[in-house]
Write a protein that binds this ligand. Sequence first.
Ligand code: NAP
Length: 555
Amino acid sequence: MLDYEAIVIGAGVAGIYQIKRLVDLGVRATVLEAAGGLGGTWYGNRYPGARFDSESYTYGYSFSRELLDEWHWKERFSGQPENLRYLNHVADKFDLRRHMQFNCRVEAAHWDEAQSLWRLEVSDGRTLTTRFVIMTLGLLSIPARPRYPGMESFKGRSFHTFDWPHEGVSLAGKKVAVIGTGATAIQAIPVIADTAAELTVFQRRPNWAAPLNNGPISDEEMADIRRRYDEIFATCARTPGGFEHEPDRRGFWEVSREERLALWDRLYGEPGFGIWLRNFREIFTDEKANAEFSDYIAGRIRQRVKDPATAEKLIPRDHGFGVQRVPLETYYYEAFNRDNVHLVDVSATPIVRVTETGLRTAERDYEFDVIVYATGFDAITGAYDHIDIRGVDGERLAETWKDGPSTFLGLLVAGFPNMLMPTGPQSGSASVNFPRGIELGVNWCTDLLIHMREHGQARCEATRAAQARWSKHVQDMYAMLLLRKAKGWFTGYNSNVPGHEEGRIRYVVYNGGQPKYTAILSQVAMSGYEGIVFEPGDQRSVASLGRTQHSAVSS
Ligand code: NAP
């Protein structure tokens, strides 16, 4: 007897929805979560300033009308505490918490071909068996810390932003270092600058950032949003990024420079990713168009930062706007106008070691009370690499993906039967408004399970040929975009992760956009799951899967 029919690993936004679908279907399932509570990214990232940069009401789940009608988002881009409250509310409302086990890190998952089951080793010493393992591990759930000598010797407090202490940290009167200037640091720096006595930012490469333009959502606006939910999710479904932001369909070179400037002036003042996603499509593909727009944003930075030398340091030179994931900011550039904020260019004077009292660069020593590592993640494949996953004949997933992942649709891997990845590497979810991608992936994987039940199948596995075709398609998408040249997590780069340093692109994300990805997934399902080989099994093993009962608004 199997312990479970399905085990979901990870209780973040994807795991919560996945267990909801399984519970609704009457599947004997559980979620194993390494952390002490649910919420994934919103459980971990408690750094000051952590908030959505998706419009809150497009980030929430769409599957339940009741949920949509009762939740009042307080801000257009809601902060971490409210986001975590929301996810806990969802779990409580649908009584999902009893299907979740916390402080359970899955250390190994081995496929047993003879018995057609997965055997999971959990950090609490248990070994659990399951027919299906569903990976909802998070794309950015493994923090990547630098590898400086002396890190352990520091006598003050130091932590990665993902591990920001839950009880909070008083920064008042403290000397604080922030290392990194990615989306996380760009959210945190202005807030830390408000409280710390001194803040020193260690920047290696600047990022292009644009204003978030956040604001409260009034009762009247929320009522209007509720009325428009069908329309909002329909728009998200047809836009490449899964947002309300639709690209400007005019050709970049077909309109005058004045018209381009007028659009950019408008977008710069609008909330959210409009500046990136409502822009001309050539920004993503045409070097010259991208350079003109990047120049426009550089001008904005120069206007906002008083000291010209600091402004120049904050302007990226090695990549254009939008070819890396764009951070959205609230008074980020103005933070550098404050007397208590200092910018150190680590590319000129590298950090050489952590000392007992602070940091040593090639130039001098700095003293700090707190060091914040905002140094990014072992993104997308990192969470898989941290579990000893072995498929047919003991094939190790980490070894197979050593030079980058290869998958079928980002959802299945040849040689790893019954392992489903609703938001896996090479799936569409990373490059879109994440929950929109999550619902799509979870629904597709759940429908696959229903299909198997209806056809008495107990084992599914992607074929190597289908996987090779998908991986080629993923690579071809990169070839069309300027992002292929960028050093960011979309190309699998993080200097702190061995093997992920600069040099070779890893094809980790599907960049074809949400509508195209949705169409491909539907086509595969409608073809009877071409590219997947099924094997029948003991009817009892799949009998517990019932019919779809979810009341999705936009599934
Ligand atoms: P990141 O974008 O990878 O940025 C890491 C930063 O740390 C970079 O500036 C990097 O510099 C620097 N760095 C890394 N190692 C370093 C070292 N050894 N010495 C000096 N500098 C070092 O990571 P992140 O800021 O955590 O953001 C990751 C992703 O999380 C974002 O792209 C976004 O998708 C997501 N995120 C989302 C939200 C949201 O939705 N609201 C908020 C925050 C983050 P180099 O560039 O030179 O390597």
